[in-house]
Ligand binder design. Structure first.
Ligand code: F0G
Length: 464
């Protein structure tokens, strides 16, 4: 089946090229800009097709996507490829590589909502993907393009989740994969995944930004397909959670989406999804998209509050290792989405991230630290009046809680934060931490002792 009907457009100078004409670093040779994948229904294509009745029909799409949920075809069972009508990026859909990604839950978070005075709050849990992070939705798309174009080697630089996803999908497709990760700066669960899925794992003695630099040089010297999020096909998969959120809310558009920001591609991928749905008449308005960064890795936040709007890379440091990124490749795309959809950018401290993660965990949902920045940031957006109590907000939880269990254990044992960090926590937040911390209790195997411990614990819970 020959279906590809897309082009690539430079997000800086607007040059349009065929998908197959892109260079190995996915940058415009004239202005170094990144590309977007465009279709006849993309806004500002200048195409006369824009008003053409050949464009996908909104009601037919809704019906088709719903129908595919009952199909036994692997592509239909994927919560990404189920929406393939809106990303015809393969010459041959038989080359699609799927682990049945997507179709992730949208959980309501009533206690978190109440804690910050919102009527309703939900979390789209992208950590419930096959390798435990949102990266699977992008990887299934871009790695399928690599397979479709006959590449043998694929590679990425990663803070851990992209590498886990790439290794899994490459193994599935029978391609060979190389992972570049910053030595000692990623969570062990993620490192173990890339080894388990058989990638060549290279720990470089540098940070994430250094890994990106080395890999960018390498792909110009060896025929490796680059799978970092500068690859615009990644974003085509990562836009599909926007479609799912709408399905899950009976096509009632939420007011606000809150996303963590690291290399800054995901926010624009979701934004692209909403913009395309709007264009096709699937929705009549668009949500705001706000991006939250960790204080120690906050270049977009600095750009946002800078009156001259200059982007200055930072040396990144945060325990939320997934977003420990100081020189984000896709910052302009993220900035455009904030401006276009009217969102906001905030930063949150290590203490705020830890508290937000514990609060999400206490809802029985859980997530990795980088995902918890969304709730921590939302608290600030509410306090600033950027989000009103009646507004419907969806947090994007990007990674599973098991991705970084060491962080969780350290938190509950009271060993995560330094004394100096603890000293900065307000009395109100300190009380929340105390109520949320559940360190394990070590006891002798004697039922009297256990019962006694249980009774004292219950007394404590009543007084708390
Ligand atoms: N949340 C998690 C769990 C991540 O792994 C990442 C990025 C982000 C948020 C930020 O998304 O980069 O699109 O702004 N992780 C990349 C990686 C960098 O290598 O796994 P972004």
């Amino acid at each position: 089946m020959k279906v590809a009907t897309h082009h690539l457009r430079c997000t800086e100078c607007g040059a349009v090229i065929a998908g197959s004409a892109v260079n190995s670093i996915f940058r415009c040779p004239d202005c170094n800009g990144l590309y977007d994948v465009i279709y006849p229904w993309s806004p500002n294509t200048g195409s006369s097709d824009a008003n053409n009745s050949n464009l996908p029909n909104a009601s037919a799409l809704r019906w088709l996507w719903q129908e595919r949920r009952t199909s036994t075809l692997p592509l239909d069972q994927s919560g990404v490829w189920r929406f393939r009508d809106l990303f015809p990026i393969l010459e041959n859909f038989d080359n699609a590589v799927t682990l049945r990604e997507g179709n992730t839950p949208l959980y309501d978070l009533p206690r978190c909502a109440k804690a910050i005075g919102l009527n309703w709050l939900a979390a789209k849990h992208q950590g419930m993907n096959p390798t435990g992070s949102f990266k699977d939705t992008g990887m299934t798309a871009a790695l399928s393009v690599a397979a479709d174009r006959g590449f043998e080697w694929v590679a990425c630089a990663s803070t851990g989740n992209t590498s886990a996803a790439m290794a899994a999908y490459a193994a599935r497709a029978g391609l060979r994969s190389i992972v570049f990760i910053p030595e000692g700066k990623i969570a062990w669960g993620k490192l173990s995944q890339s080894m388990d899925y058989g990638a060549l794992t290279i720990q470089l003695k540098t940070d994430f930004d250094g890994c990106v630099r080395i890999l960018t040089e390498l792909v110009t010297r060896f025929p490796i397909y680059l799978l970092n999020s500068v690859n615009p096909y990644r974003l085509e998969g990562q836009k599909t959670p926007a479609f799912e959120i709408l399905e899950q809310l009976d096509w009632q558009v939420p007011d606000h989406i809150v996303v963590p920001g690291g290399n800054l591609a995901n926010s624009s991928a979701l934004g692209k999804g909403f913009i395309e749905m709007h264009r096709l008449g699937l929705i009549s308005k668009m949500p705001k998209i706000s991006i939250i960064q960790a204080e120690g890795a906050n270049p977009l936040y600095r750009w946002f509050i800078d009156s001259n709007r200059i982007m200055r890379p930072v040396t990144a440091d945060t325990r939320a290792t997934a977003i420990r990124i100081g020189n984000p490749a896709s910052w302009r795309k993220a900035a455009n989405i904030i401006d276009r959809l009217g969102g906001w950018c905030e930063q949150v401290s290590e203490q705020e991230i830890a508290l937000a993660k514990a609060q999400i965990g206490a809802e029985g949902v859980g997530c990795e630290p980088a995902s918890a920045v969304t709730f921590a940031g939302l608290k600030k957006l509410v306090a600033l009046g950027k989000v009103a109590p009646e507004e419907r907000v969806v947090l994007i939880l990007t990674g599973h809680t098991l991705k970084d269990s060491q962080y969780t254990i350290d938190y509950h044992r009271g060993e995560l934060l330094t004394e100096a960090e603890n000293a900065q926590i307000s009395a109100a937040d300190q009380a929340l931490h105390t109520a949320l911390r559940k360190p394990p209790i070590v006891l002798e195997p004697d039922s009297d002792i256990v019962l006694h411990a249980l009774e004292s614990h219950m007394k404590l819970s009543v007084t708390a």
